[in-house]
Design a binder for this molecule. Structure first.
Ligand SMILES: NC(=O)c1ccc[n+]([C@@H]2O[C@H](COP(=O)([O-])OP(=O)(O)OC[C@H]3O[C@@H](n4cnc5c(N)ncnc54)[C@H](O)[C@@H]3O)[C@@H](O)[C@H]2O)c1
Length: 253
């Protein structure tokens, strides 16, 4: 069988841990060449790079803060100079918010919106010209069930992920006529660096488990197959939509 991503070039943001790391490894396992990036966790990024290279996949790694337009442009330029093309863009970098709305500082608003929305905007816009020139591309934005529904202490996170979902739809409409697919994956509750503090006590973990019909918290490897599917040509008629991967969590609301 021909690997689904043979000869494809993919950028994965937030690839130093969690869902981004699992996605990068999954893409590499099926033949992709990779540019992986993250902001601070250099050790995690290196761990992903080694895992990807062990699969005999070519891999560049770069420290990129997705909030910086210059850094995003440099990352896309470096990828193009090295690989000559970009076929797949996974906007996975993200940050959380755990402050009640009334207590929220302006800086917190900027931080959450800039990582979760502005970063996705910068990367989508930066890769589209080359995708349009070659009339081929797959963009997958990682949103959240918290972009579909609201939760306590998550107001700006909710807003950023809801906006990223609609940004996904807007770009999908704007690339009408091109062989480019733009979609989102909305994870439910997944054990990663972002969330592990929520499972520190049994009571909080039970709170989530009671709302997940599948009866367990997700793992990054529960989410990455949906991202890979949307990056593949099997999903060529799926466009402007969001696949929710949440163990049934949304059904309980
Ligand atoms: N874990 C969950 O329960 C869950 C649920 C829904 C959605 N998500 C989303 O999944 C995505 C991945 O998160 P995760 O759960 O794997 O967490 P994680 O903490 O393991 O990964 C987040 C990644 O984003 C990167 N990142 C953060 N700020 C950045 C910045 N300014 N510039 C560049 N990279 C930056 C981090 O370095 C890291 O690589 C995020 O978009 C998150 O919102 C996670």
């Amino acid at each position: 069988m021909v690997p689904r991503f043979r000869d494809k070039v993919a950028i994965v943001t937030g690839a130093s841990s969690g869902i981004g790391q699992a996605t990068a490894i999954g893409l590499a396992r099926e033949g992709a060449r990779l540019m992986i990036c993250a902001d601070r966790n250099v050790a995690g990024l290196e761990e992903t790079r080694l895992a990807v290279e062990q699969l005999d996949a070519e891999c560049l790694a770069m420290q990129v803060d997705v909030r910086s337009h210059a850094a995003v442009e440099e990352c896309v330029q470096t990828t193009l100079e090295h690989f000559g093309t970009i076929d797949i863009m996974v906007n996975n970098a993200g940050t959380g918010q755990y402050v009640a709305f009334a207590l929220m500082e302006n800086d917190e608003y900027d931080r959450v919106m800039d990582v979760n929305l502005r970063g996705t905007f910068y990367f989508c816009r930066a890769v589209l010209p080359t995708m349009m020139d070659r009339d081929y591309g797959k963009i997958v934005n990682v949103t959240s069930v918290m972009g579909e529904i609201a939760a306590q202490g998550q107001s700006i996170y909710n807003a950023s992920k809801g906006a990223a979902r609609l940004l996904t739809q807007g770009i999908a409409v704007d690339v009408t006529g091109y062989n480019i697919n733009v979609n989102a994956v909305a994870p439910g509750m997944v054990v990663t660096n972002l969330t592990q503090h929520m499972f520190a006590d049994e009571e909080t973990e039970r709170f989530f488990l009671d709302r997940i019909p599948k009866g367990r918290i997700g793992q990054p490897e529960d989410i990455s197959p949906a991202i890979l599917f949307l990056c593949s040509d099997e999903a060529c008629y799926i466009h402007g939509t969001t696949i929710v991967v949440d163990g049934g969590m949304l059904c309980t609301r």
